[in-house]
Design a protein around this ligand. Structure first.
Ligand code: SF4
Ligand code: SF4
Length: 490
């Protein structure tokens, strides 16, 4: 039986409040401004700078936890949406996003560049570059959404958003309708069209009016083109709750569901289509899964020997080039080959008769939980080891502003839990992810080839791949990892 968070005490009334999102965004904007000011003009030693700590230690830790226990809360509170809203007011943004780019390929490429740049230019240790990155993000959201219709930046460009979309497939909540009957009888569909000044409804034919002719927009509908009646799951949903406020029948809620269940379901999803017909989405899921491991590899000691070896093989000492090779191999070539091998074996064993691409596009989502487990293990490590650094940082900042009551910064503060807890906790999340991946692979097998041994045979190669990834994860977690953002490793 699913519960509706919008009906929960305290939380429900707050989230249902029309300005809740703006309040959250303004808070996050204040934090972003703090990060940028300190990044540009503060001390350039990462553990002593808001830009060296808040985005890389705290924000990533909170993101992982929020996705695990709730949903895509960080898109909900995203500060980049405020300049975007301003751009919409100033420039209207009525151009259509190019048809060719209505996939996830561009976002996947940007994610690859972002993760590579993070290591190649040590973004985590450069408050100055981190501040520039945040500024570039604000500018990109402003320009793109000032130019194009809807939430083109969120849906097709934002690398962080894609991370949230894919990992929130395993989250325990989704924005969804409360009653299908109410939607079936609905004549206005404000949840997608938006609410306008002029009286209208499908029965009056006025929804055919162009937006300009409908008068003032009172409340936006879904700018990510997710029509509630046929929306399924969290892909592309920013939890902006515009649909909640737009629906005149109070028929949209934030409903609980079995975590990860949408990974094995394949309905026709509004604004997304079927997962099994979206090779770009499957590639994004596969990329983010492998990136979880490659990103962690960048922080363990053996990576230096590997980088040296790649450098020798290429005859170069250029770190960006070496890391580019490592990232392309680890997140594109190797996962592509392994997924193709699993897809071929799965097709042969289950006699599905499908091509490698068709098979991989159906089963790649099974790997999302083990990748998510690795992201959580990694980000939680940094958060739990450096969570309390926020205290001396705040003291330092207040001192800088002339508030002497804050006292001398206690730089020794850092860990939130005893160090001995870290490894068991990390392993717990990784192995939970692995077990869920196996279960999802089997459920996809049931869906694709029916019950019995054929489903198990179809799922086995993907289960094996998840097992190999979990072994790689265990090895990574057992290595000494840099304690970035703290004085223990910064
Ligand atoms: S969610 Fe609300 S506005 Fe949208 S179709 Fe259903 S009842 Fe209509
Ligand atoms: S309006 Fe669209 S993106 Fe926003 S919460 Fe509703 S379905 Fe999700």
């Amino acid at each position: 039986m699913s519960r509706d968070l919008l009906k929960a005490p305290l939380l429900g009334p707050f989230l249902g409040w029309r300005h809740a999102r703006t309040v959250l965004q303004v808070v996050m904007l204040a934090v972003a401004v703090l990060v940028m000011v300190d990044g540009f003009w503060g001390p350039q030693l990462a553990p002593k700078n808001m830009a060296g700590v808040l985005p890389w230690v705290h924000w990533r830790g909170f993101v992982a936890l929020a996705l695990l226990v709730a949903g895509n809360l960080f898109c909900m509170a995203c500060p980049f949406m405020l300049p975007r809203r301003l751009a919409k007011k100033l420039f209207r943004g009525e151009r259509h996003w190019p048809r060719l780019l209505r996939t996830k390929w561009l976002a996947l490429l940007l994610l690859l560049v972002f993760l590579w740049a993070y290591e190649a230019y040590d973004l985590w240790s450069s408050p100055f570059l981190t501040a520039w990155l945040a500024l570039a993000y604000f500018a990109a959201a402003f320009v793109i959404d000032g130019f194009f219709r809807g939430a083109a930046f969120c849906k097709h460009v934002c690398p962080i958003g894609q991370f949230h979309f894919v990992n929130s497939l395993a989250s325990p909540t989704e924005v969804a309708i409360r009653s299908p009957e109410v939607c079936a009888a609905c004549r206005t569909r404000d949840c997608i069209v938006g609410r306008y000044e002029k009286p209208r409804g499908l029965d009056t034919g006025t929804t055919a009016l162009r937006p300009r002719e409908r008068g003032k927009l009172l409340q936006s509908g879904c700018e990510l083109w997710l029509y509630q009646e046929t929306k399924a799951g969290n892909m592309d949903c920013t939890f902006c709750l515009e649909c909640v406020h737009a629906c005149p029948h109070d028929n949209v809620g934030i409903l609980t569901r079995p975590p990860a269940s949408e990974l094995w379901e394949d309905p026709q999803r509004a604004g997304v289509g079927r997962f099994s017909r979206r090779p770009d989405l499957a590639a994004l899921a596969l990329f983010l899964t492998s990136a979880a491991f490659i990103n962690a590899l960048g922080m363990v000691t053996p990576v230096y020997a590997l980088e040296e070896w790649i450098g020798r093989a290429l005859g170069t000492t250029s770190e960006p080039l070496v890391l580019g090779t490592l990232f392309l191999t680890g997140t594109v070539a190797l996962p592509g080959l392994l997924a193709a091998g699993a897809a071929k074996t799965s097709a042969v064993l289950s006699k599905s008769g499908r091509s490698v691409i068709q098979e991989a596009t159906r089963y790649a989502y099974a790997l999302v939980p083990v990748g998510f487990g690795m992201w959580i293990a990694h980000y939680l490590f940094h958060f739990l080891i450096g969570g309390l650094t926020i205290i001396p940082l705040t003291q330092e900042y207040l001192g800088f502003l002339g508030f002497s009551f804050a006292g001398t910064p206690a730089w020794a503060l850092g860990p939130l839990v005893p160090e001995a807890w870290l490894l068991p906790l990390e392993l717990l999340f990784l192995e939970l992810g692995f077990l869920v991946s196996v279960a999802v692979a089997y459920r996809i097998g049931l869906r694709e080839v029916g019950p019995g041994a054929r489903a198990a045979k179809a799922a086995a190669p993907w289960g094996l791949l998840a097992f190999l990834l979990s072994l790689a994860g265990i090895w990574l977690l057992l290595q000494p990892m840099e304690m970035r953002g703290t004085f223990m490793g910064g």
